[in-house]
Write a protein that binds this ligand. Structure first.
Ligand code: ZN
Ligand code: ZN
Ligand code: FE
Length: 757
């Protein structure tokens, strides 16, 4: 009988994914050492490489535990191993990084929230990092925003100017320490410092600065605070005067402000928080979560006026923990409307001098700006800090390409193979500041993800800054350049997210404010039969006039008048939009409409919501995008199932507006009319879907576009479609708004580029 021999072997193992900067090498070191295996571990461009040597059974055990016990922040996307010839080697070591590597990039992690262990150190007065705002370890701390190069090592981050003190160096070099090879390791002796600047007073440093900032906040001051991805403008969220001053100085009268709370318990005193929402609040991404506000919430009324929700987030950095411990804080990105978040001390001191009373600065450079992410329990609203640059899996294989996104809430998307790398929120691509952040972020992400685009994809709108940039860039680099229709990209984005196969066609409802149509009009209430390759526009909202174009859309009372006119409904004196419009303005508007002067045609669903809000007097002048629709949604009562007349083809606003006028005059409450209007749109979706199912034998319905951030509408559409057993695709990974557009562009555009070649 043969005695089984356990052979002595050596294996090289290669792991790809987010395996750098999460304590992976120390974990491997500890595991291999505990199993008495020889070999080494190191980082290279595309991940972690390991060589282990020992008896086969032990090596197998090592490999099993390698995956099962990997550090919590790690995300392994691939494991490759092959046998090698054993050689004389004793002990296990961590070797320095090797910049050569394979083709698949090692993924740099998003910035991680401070971990519980570090929080304990932060609050332990005997710890040498007591109240030190930059405390971190391999399980937490900044990543994406400080990385300049791969592989992720300290000299390649904005921590490189800080020389480690002997104590930090000892921790950094000790494989048994939680901070072993924690690249941003720092302490009060050697790391970044905060500085508090308040008028002409002498600047304060270290913990004195933090305490001074807290005192200023408690005193109702507005403080610009430098965080991990950029500056926030911060004030006491319970202080009505401070919030009002912030709004006045930022010229932001209504747009809701996010609030940072100490913990979940405090969040629950301000809003209704479900278990699922607790998970979002406490998740690794630490996003702003949009929650239904409590009536008795102890917040200044002006934090999120006239809408039913409030955005709350938990602190993610040690500095934010120290500040938010004292009071709930308004936290709004420090920027000029639509421009990128400010990251630089000098820039903040000058450009925020008229807004902020004081500044809490620090001296670690933010290499890549990154705004807070925003989510609801149903869908993401902004995919940014804590998420980017995690890739999204694609249902098809793409060559290296770049999709530049749209205009508002711009993101871009780099894709390669079956992975898509979406950028962080860049801003509204309407000015040079945003364009330069776009270029910087693009260069950075290309480098981090090893994508060198061979195709450039943009929106069909010839006037978008992103379109013109794409065309220039493509011409300069002699790359094929393809335009993708806006709403096709929306539908493709939600399809891609659900990994719909490339030969499948869906019924797509793309409802948003504006997007360039193939006929040159402004689309936005579109029903498309779509696959990745092409689409057919099978129904839409009837064209309505948009007098004054984009500049006039915030004046919802004028929009209401234009819609009434187009629907042959008279401008009677008892109607609110008529009352608030001077006779002279009405005469001019009438002439403009009749002659179609400076007036574009639109099938926009977003504008229809605005017009109804204007007609009901819910919102006469909007100061931010979607304000009217948000206020209209907040008006709705839940217990109404009735709706106004609709057909199963073109959505005709005329009978809807006529019915609304009738009910207004009959004294029906606005809350019921608002609900019935929402129900009307949801009913139209169902009727159109039913007809298309019958005609084309399709069962899958995709919902996209900013209008579907309306949760009242989304819930009713979902309920309707579920009742009739449709398969529904809604956004779970990328926003329904234009922040998700670039993903759809990437997948549609490649197909078009391939054919045009
Ligand atoms: Zn930590
Ligand atoms: Zn130190
Ligand atoms: Fe859109």
């Amino acid at each position: 009988m043969l005695v089984p021999v356990d052979p002595f072997i050596r294996e090289r193992i290669h792991l790809t994914g987010s395996v750098q900067g999460v304590g992976f090498r120390p974990f491997v070191y500890r595991l291999a050492t505990s199993l008495a295996l020889a070999g080494f571990v190191g980082n290279n461009n595309d991940g972690v490489f390991i060589e282990v040597q020992g008896h086969a059974a032990v090596v197998d055990r090592f490999k099993a535990r390698l995956l099962a016990e990997a550090p919590p922040a790690a995300f392994i996307s691939g494991v490759y191993s092959h046998g090698m010839k054993p050689h004389l080697e004793t002990g296990f070591s961590i070797v320095s990084s090797n910049r050569d590597g394979g083709d698949m990039p090692a993924l740099v992690l998003p910035d991680l929230p401070v971990c519980d262990d570090c929080l304990r150190d932060l609050r332990d007065s005997s710890n040498r990092r007591y109240r030190y705002p930059f405390i971190n370890c391999t399980n937490c701390g900044p990543r994406f925003t400080i990385v300049e190069h791969m592989p992720y090592d300290r000299p390649h981050t904005t921590m490189s100017p800080f020389t480690m003190c002997p104590d930090c160096r000892a921790e950094y070099g000790n494989p048994l320490d939680r901070r072993f090879h924690a690249q941003p390791i720092a302490c009060p002796d050697c790391g970044p410092q905060v500085t508090f600047v308040h008028g002409d007073a002498a600047p304060q440093h270290a913990d004195g600065a933090v305490r001074a900032a807290i005192a200023a906040l408690a005193d109702g001051k507005i403080v610009a605070v430098k965080g991990v991805g950029g500056f926030h403008l911060t004030c006491d969220a319970t202080h009505a005067g401070a919030v009002t001053r912030l709004r006045e100085r930022k010229h932001r009268p209504h747009k809701p402000l996010a609030v940072m709370v100490r913990d979940v318990a405090q969040a629950k005193t301000l809003a209704y928080v479900s278990e699922e929402e607790v998970a979002l609040l406490t998740g690794r991404e630490r996003p702003i979560v949009l929650l239904y506000k409590r009536d008795n919430a102890a917040l200044a009324n002006t934090v999120s006026p006239d809408i039913g929700t409030v955005g709350l987030m938990l602190p993610s950095t040690p500095l934010h923990h120290l500040l938010a411990e004292q009071m709930p804080l308004v936290m709004t990105s420090a920027n000029h409307s639509g421009e990128p978040i400010i990251t630089d001390n000098e820039d903040a001191l000058t450009s925020l001098s008229l807004i902020a009373d004081a500044f809490l600065l620090h001296d670690r450079i933010i290499y890549t700006p990154c705004d807070d992410s925003v989510v609801t329990v149903a869908f993401p609203v902004r995919r940014s800090r804590g998420v980017v640059p995690q890739p999204l899996p694609l249902p098809v294989t793409l060559p290296p390409l770049l999709a530049v996104g749209g205009e508002l809430k711009n993101t871009f998307c780099l894709a390669k193979g079956n992975q898509a790398f979406m950028s962080q929120h860049i801003g509204d691509m309407q000015n040079l500041e945003t364009l330069s952040t776009f270029e910087h972020s693009l260069e950075n992400l290309q480098h981090l993800c090893h994508v060198k685009p061979q195709f450039i994809i943009h929106d069909m709108h010839p006037g978008y800054l992103s379109t013109r940039w794409a065309q220039r860039h493509a011409a300069r680099h002699n790359l094929p350049c393809v335009a993708v229709q806006h709403h096709h990209a929306h539908i493709a984005a939600v399809m891609a997210e659900h990994c719909i196969a490339s030969d499948e066609t869906v019924i797509g409802f793309a409802f948003d404010g504006t997007g360039y149509g193939t006929d040159g009009t402004v689309w936005g209430g579109e029903v498309l039969l779509a696959n990745y390759r092409s689409f057919e526009r099978v129904a839409h909202v009837a064209y309505m006039p948009l007098p004054g174009g984009d500049t006039a859309i915030r004046r919802t009372y004028r929009l209401a008048l234009a819609y009434l006119w187009a629907c042959d409904l008279p401008w009677d004196e008892d109607l609110l939009p008529v009352m608030v419009t001077m006779p002279n303005e009405r005469r001019i508007l009438l002439r403009q409409l009749a002659a179609s002067l400076n007036t574009v045609q639109t099938s926009s669903m977003g504008r229809l919501f605005d017009a109804v809000a204007g007609l009901l007097g819910v919102c006469c002048t909007a100061t931010f995008e979607a304000q009217a629709a948000m206020q209209l949604e907040a008006m709705c009562t839940d217990d109404v199932s009735a709706h106004y007349p609709v057909s199963d083809s073109t959505f005709d606003p005329a009978p809807v507006l006529a019915s609304i006028l009738e009910e207004l005059r009959a004294g029906v409450p606005v809350s019921i009319i608002a609900a019935k209007f929402h129900n009307t749109v949801a009913t139209w979706v169902l009727q159109v879907a039913m007809r298309l199912r019958q005609l084309h034998n399709l069962d899958t319905v995709a919902l996209s576009g900013g209008v579907f951030q309306n949760r009242y509408l989304l819930e009713r559409v979902q309920a309707n479609l579920e009742q009739y057993q449709f398969t529904m695709l809604t956004h779970r990974q990328v926003p329904p708004n234009d922040g998700g557009l670039s993903l759809g562009q990437a997948i549609v555009g490649y197909d078009a580029a391939k054919r045009s070649n």
